[in-house]
Design a protein around this ligand. Sequence first.
Ligand SMILES: [Zn+2]
Length: 339
Amino acid sequence: MFKERFLLLFSFFLLASAPAFSQDEDIFGITRKARPPKSESSIGNAFRSIQQMFSFQLATGAALYTMGTTFYKGDSKIYPITQYQNQEFEYYPLPDTLALSTRQWIVPTVEAGLRLNLFNILTLGGGYGWEKGMLNPFEGGQYQFSLEGEAYSATNYYASAGLVLYDASRRRFLLKQRYKRFNGANPELKMRMEREYQQRNRQNYPWSISVEGEVGKVNVIQGEPAVPKVYQPRLAATKDQYTYAGALRISYDLSEYASVFVKGKYMQRSFENGSSDFTPFPMNQEVYSIQTGFSIRTPGTKRCRIKGCGVVMKHNHNGVEYRGSSIFYFQNRKIGQWN
Ligand SMILES: [Zn+2]
C-alpha cells in the first residue's frame, strides 16, 4: 500500500514535469524540439537560456515570535529581574530556576534573493534578509526579566530548496488522467470531452504551490538603550548557529516572467543574552512569518524592436526568436486575450 502510494506520487512528479520540457521553455539551452535561438551567437543563446532560469525575488511582511528560556539563578549576581504582580502584598524569593517567555511582532521583514527553477519540480534559492523588532521583557512566575525593551535589527543569509507541489504542468497531467476515462465512451461524448480537454489544457493556469526548506545564519544588531541602565544585556545570535525554517509558498503568475506570491514561514533559532553582568543563557525563539512579494525573471528572449511589427506572440526574425509583449503579459496570447 505504501509502496503503491509512493510510486503514484513519484510518477506524479516525474511525468507531470515531462510536458514542461517540450513546452515553451527549454532547459540548459538543450531542446527536444528544435527551437529558434534567442541570439545570433550560440554562446549568447546558451547564456540567455540559463539566465532565464533564475528569478529575482523581493518580499516583505511581518512575523510574530515567541521566545522562551529556563533561567537559572546560578551564582546569584545581579539580574534585571523584577516582580510585577502582587508587589504590595508579599515578597516571593527568587526561585533557582524560572521558566520565562515573551512574544512580540517583528515589523517589517524584508527578503531579497535569487531562485533557480529546475524543470518546474525543484527550486533552489538563496538570499539576504533584514528585520526590525522589539525585545519585550520575559515574564514568568510573577517575575519580569527585562531585555531592555529596545529595538533591535537583524540580518540573515539563507539557502533554500523547494519542491513544487502543484502548478500548470501538474494540472495538465491531472487533466490528462481525468479525461482518459472517456476514451471508451460513445463517439459523440468522446469528441465533446476531447474538445473540452483541449480547451482546458490550453488555458493559462497561473497558480503554483510549493514547499521550501531553508537553512540560514542570523546576525543581531542591537540598538543602544535610550536611557543608560545599570546592566547592559547584550542580545546576540548563538555562535555557530544555523537557523532552520519551513515555508509554504503560493504564487500567481502575471506572465511567464513575473509573478506575485505569499509565503508563510516557520523558523527556529536561538539567541544568547551575552551580558558581562551575568552568565549568558540561551533563549529559543520560534518565528511565524508571513510575506508577500514579487518574482521576476529576465527573459531569455529579446523584445522585438522592429518598427511596424505588431506581432504579440513570440515570433522569429532572421531565425532568431523575439518577444512581442512586455514581460508583464503572457507571451502566447491569442486573439481576444490581449489583456
Ligand atoms: Zn517582430
